[in-house]
Design a protein around this ligand. Structure first.
Ligand code: AMP
Ligand code: ZN
Length: 139
C-alpha cells in the first residue's frame, strides 16, 4: 500500500482523527479503534514501513524501549496484571494494516478472554532437527 492511501500515514499526517497517547520525532502512539482490552494502544513509526522486514535497525532499536515505557504506564494507570506485545507481519500472520505497528495490550485477571493466544503444534524429533538445521544462525 502506498503512503498516500495508508490509514496510519493519514493519522500521522493529521488527516484522520485518532486518540494520541504519546508522540515524539520517530513514533506516534494511538489508542486502537477496536481494542482487544481496555487501554490497547498501537505504536506507529512516523515513517511508513510496510512491516518488520522493511524496518531500519535504528528505528527498531527505539521501539522496544518505548513499548516497555508504555507497558509500565498502562500497568500503573490502569492496574492491568499483564501486558502482551504483539507485532504482526504479513496477511498470514494477521496483519491487516500494511504500516508496521506494535500492539501493546493490557491484560486483566478479570476472566474476560482476549484472543492473543494460539494452539500448539507438534513435530517429531527428526523434523525438529531438520528445522533447526534450516534456521540456525551464528551471530
Ligand atoms: P493488525 O491486524 O496487526 O494489522 O492490526 C491493525 C489494528 O489497527 C487493529 O487492531 C485495528 O483495530 C487498528 N485500527 C485500524 N484502523 C484504525 C484507526 N483508524 N485508528 C485506530 N486503530 C485502527
Ligand atoms: Zn503508512
Amino acid at each position: 500500500m502506498s503512503e498516500d492511501n495508508c490509514i496510519f500515514c493519514k493519522i500521522i499526517r493529521g488527516e484522520i482523527p485518532a486518540r494520541t497517547v504519546f508522540e515524539d520525532e520517530d513514533f506516534k502512539v494511538i489508542m486502537d479503534a477496536s481494542p482487544a482490552t481496555k487501554g490497547h494502544v498501537l505504536i506507529l513509526p512516523k515513517r511508513h514501513y510496510d512491516d518488520l522486514f522493511a524496518l531500519p535497525e535504528d528505528v527498531a532499536a527505539k521501539a522496544l524501549p518505548l513499548a516497555a515505557r508504555l507497558a509500565a504506564r498502562l500497568k500503573e494507570k490502569l492496574g492491568c496484571q499483564g501486558i502482551n506485545i504483539v507485532q504482526n507481519n504479513g496477511e498470514a500472520a494477521g496483519q491487516t494494516v500494511r504500516h508496521l505497528h506494535i500492539h501493546v495490550i493490557p491484560r486483566y485477571e478479570d476472566g474476560r478472554k482476549a484472543d492473543v493466544t494460539w494452539s500448539h503444534s507438534t513435530f517429531d524429533e527428526a523434523e525438529l532437527d531438520r528445522i533447526l538445521d534450516t534456521i540456525r544462525q551464528n551471530g
